[in-house]
Ligand binder design. Structure first.
Ligand code: ATP
Length: 378
């Protein structure tokens, strides 16, 4: 849709397209459960109209962070400041944030229209204004023709759109979404993903979205906050995280399926050479510190960057293909070196299980992370 069309649609729907929020600051926000710190002090500034995804594996503290923002959990320390005003001391209803969760929690005995109108009625809004706002929002989420139905008569995706309509009809400064698509099947998840992005843009929302699904986060968000064990690993745009993950946790999340435990043989300003387990390769160091010989590293490489070596090219490893999966034009291959290092790669050339393969990678596509403790031994 062109900008003019979007503006027309938004104005036809009577909705505003400017964010209600200027800036939201989390300053040292933390949360303990007893002696367990689920969220270490988190500093983050969210700009109005931004779509921010909190991404990380199960138990990393995403929901805790979202619930602290919503006011459902008191902070252990820190403060939340919305446009210069402290809000963490306010109860959830006074913050006025919209919330969308994976279970839609719709009222089963009310129609779609009445579900969406519920919050406005509670707020004491007049009948005519309520009707106008509800119709506007139902049109935005493309549910006008289902307005008279009950939730049980709708598909999962439609029910989730009712939940979104109910959250945004109040004109919230911030919308919080916690894994809203996880109860939907794969096809519907994809469809709802673009719906959520469209609604975010057309309604001028500021959205914080919790997910453990890296693809969902990359495709939806302007910025990602990757959490690991209650701490922020990295904050950045999808491209920044994808191209320059700051540690192995982020790399693993961004699809660097190969995390090879190697030892540095030599290092210079351009990079380093490392080997181990039948693999020897040149790569690029991540982080400010120069690598030194003898240092253990985890080398992160995406399967699409690891390939069968060309004629005359020096391979990084000789391995035997163990598992070959057909994925249309490319094959996904798992090959194992004599010394047991498993390599995940993609090939456009035919490979059969049991074939010997010579594997190669470009040095700039192999990222070296210095290893402390037990990391990098996968
Ligand atoms: P998931 O994706 O599985 O929902 P998450 O990243 O949202 O995980 P949280 O639910 O925020 O993780 O939990 C963070 C940590 O805090 C976990 O170690 C969890 O076990 C712990 N935790 C969460 N809620 C409580 C609670 N009420 N009491 C004690 N510990 C809790």
């Amino acid at each position: 849709m062109t900008t003019a069309n979007t503006a027309r649609a938004a104005s036809a729907a009577g909705t505003r397209r400017d964010s209600q929020l200027g800036e939201l600051q989390l300053r040292g926000v933390s949360r303990d459960y007893g002696t367990h710190t689920a969220l270490h002090p988190l500093d983050l500034t969210i700009q109005g109209s931004e779509f921010v995804a909190l991404l990380g594996p199960s138990g990393c503290g995403k929901t805790t962070a979202l619930n602290c923002l919503a006011g459902l959990l008191p902070l252990t320390s820190g403060e939340i400041v919305q446009d210069g005003r402290r809000v963490d001391t306010l109860p959830p209803e006074k913050r006025g944030f919209g919330m969308v969760f994976q279970n839609y929690a719709l009222f089963p005995h009310l129609t779609v229209r009445a579900n969406v109108a519920f919050g406005l009625k509670m707020r004491g809004m007049g009948k005519e204004e309520t009707r106008r706002r509800v119709e506007d929002v139902l049109s935005l989420v493309r549910l006008s023709e289902h307005a008279g139905k009950h939730p049980a008569q709708l598909s999962g995706g439609q029910q989730q759109r009712v939940a979104i309509a109910r959250a945004i009809v109040m004109g919230p400064p911030l919308v919080l979404m916690d894994e809203p698509l996880s109860n939907l099947d794969a096809a519907l998840r994809l469809e709802m993903r673009s719906e959520i992005r469209r609604i975010h843009q057309e309604f001028g929302l500021t959205t914080i979205y919790v997910t453990h699904d890296q693809e969902e986060a990359l495709s939806l968000a302007d910025r990602l906050v990757v959490l690991h064990a209650g701490r922020v690993s990295q904050v950045g745009t999808p491209a920044e995280l994808y191209e320059h993950p700051s540690d192995t946790h982020v790399a693993a999340f961004m699809g660097y399926r190969n995390l090879l435990p190697l030892t540095v043989q030599s290092a210079d300003a351009q990079g380093a050479v490392a080997e181990g387990g039948g693999v020897r390769l040149r790569g690029t160091a991540v982080g400010a510190d120069q690598l030194v010989a003898g240092q253990r590293v985890a080398v992160a490489i995406r399967p699409e960057d690891l390939r069968l070596a060309e004629e005359g090219e020096q391979p990084i490893a000789a391995a035997v293909a163990e598992i070959v999966e057909y994925h249309g034009r490319v094959l996904h291959v798992e090959a194992v070196t004599d010394e047991g290092v498993r390599l995940h790669l993609k090939s456009r050339r035919p490979v059969q299980p049991g074939d010997g393969v010579a594997v190669s990678v470009d040095a700039e596509r192999a990222l070296f992370f210095a290893v402390a403790g037990e990391e990098g031994t996968s």
